[in-house]
Design a binder for this molecule. Structure first.
Ligand code: ATP
Length: 306
């Protein structure tokens, strides 16, 4: 088994252009055993390019890409990975059990069929033709194919799109169990809740650069505001003018605020409305942290262009 924390794959100072487009602009990234790294970023940020380099599907213009200490284009290195991409072209006429056995045959020490089926929650699908399955069932089979080779490094690109909640939760539980055994996982997702639940580290890519790399909590801490919610009859326009109130809206009986000075705003709310009730203060979620980073990058770009 791989020691937790060992670097299994990396990008170092990597640049990649497509004509005039700088898809990656000096990216450093390390994937470690026993860690889930969530790679986040808006459309076109460079996520697919980074993953394609690690999978050996593309070559970097400059910088170093390593997979298990080798060039990712070497077959030996690629045998250690499992991949679930956004789209998969699989033979529709094979049944699920045959597909898994075929995929497993490429790997030196694959999992047994029953083991794979249990991991992906597809025991009841083994005899069904792949082409006749629903979108969500096909997605679960694709996950099974990604884990059948006992990969040390697992790439999951939007893995739970189209899955219902129980299937999503099962996939999360399986990923956690694999990670506890030392598997490294790279996750790209637009469901920030998924990143929040699974990721040990979150890297945010914007316009080909990594603008944040750390724990979910560290990313959240970069956003100083918190949200306040309470039942109050106070006038929105009056509260909006108070210092520290960044945003305010009314939702029925509730006032909803974002503030970077929560304590003083709460004190003022309680003084101004003695009948105030249902007070809740919440830290910023990953979604807000991510949005703020994206917005501050967009503002910076505008300043640079001006
Ligand atoms: P998404 O969330 O939309 O999948 P992404 O973060 O994966 O986006 P990439 O697909 O890596 O982004 O694209 C990064 C940039 O490189 C984008 O500006 C994209 O238009 C450009 N790009 C990607 N592939 C090619 C290509 N084959 N030819 C030309 N430009 C490309």
């Amino acid at each position: 088994m791989t020691a937790h924390g060992e670097v299994l794959a990396s990008l170092q100072g990597v640049h990649k252009r497509y004509g005039a487009v700088r898809a990656l602009d000096g990216v450093d990234l390390e994937l470690r055993a026993g860690q889930v790294l969530a790679l986040l970023g808006p459309n076109g940020a460079g996520k697919t390019t980074a993953i394609s380099l690690l999978l050996g599907l593309l070559r970097a213009d400059a910088g170093q890409v390593q997979l298990f200490g080798h060039d990712p284009q070497q077959l030996a290195a690629r045998r250690g990975i499992g991949v679930m991409l956004q789209s998969a072209a699989l033979p529709e006429t094979l049944n699920v059990g045959e597909l898994i056995q075929l995929s497993a045959s490429y790997f030196p020490a694959p999992r047994g069929l029953a083991d794979v089926a249990a991991l992906a929650g597809i025991e009841d699908l083994l005899k069904r033709r792949y082409g006749k399955l629903s979108g969500g069932q096909q997605r679960r089979v694709q996950f099974a194919l990604a884990v059948c080779g006992r990969p040390r490094l697992l790439f999951l690109d939007e893995p739970t799109v189209g899955l219902d909640l129980p299937a999503r939760q099962q996939l999360w539980a399986t990923v956690r169990a694999l990670v506890a055994e030392g598997t490294a996982v790279v996750l790209t997702t637009h469901y920030l809740e998924e990143a929040e639940r699974l990721a040990d580290r979150v890297c945010v890519l914007l316009r080909g650069r990594i603008v944040s790399d750390g724990s979910v909590d560290a990313l959240r801490a970069r956003v100083i505001h918190r949200s306040i919610r309470c039942v109050s009859t106070l006038d929105v326009a009056v509260v909006a003018a108070w210092p520290g109130v960044m945003q305010i809206s009314r939702d029925g009986d509730y006032l909803q605020l974002r503030s970077d000075r929560v304590e003083s705003v709460v004190r003022q709310l309680l003084q101004a409305d003695p009948a105030l009730s249902g007070l809740e203060v919440q830290p910023a979620g990953l979604g807000e942290a991510f949005t703020d980073l994206t917005l501050s990058d967009a503002a910076q770009t505008q300043r640079e262009a001006a």
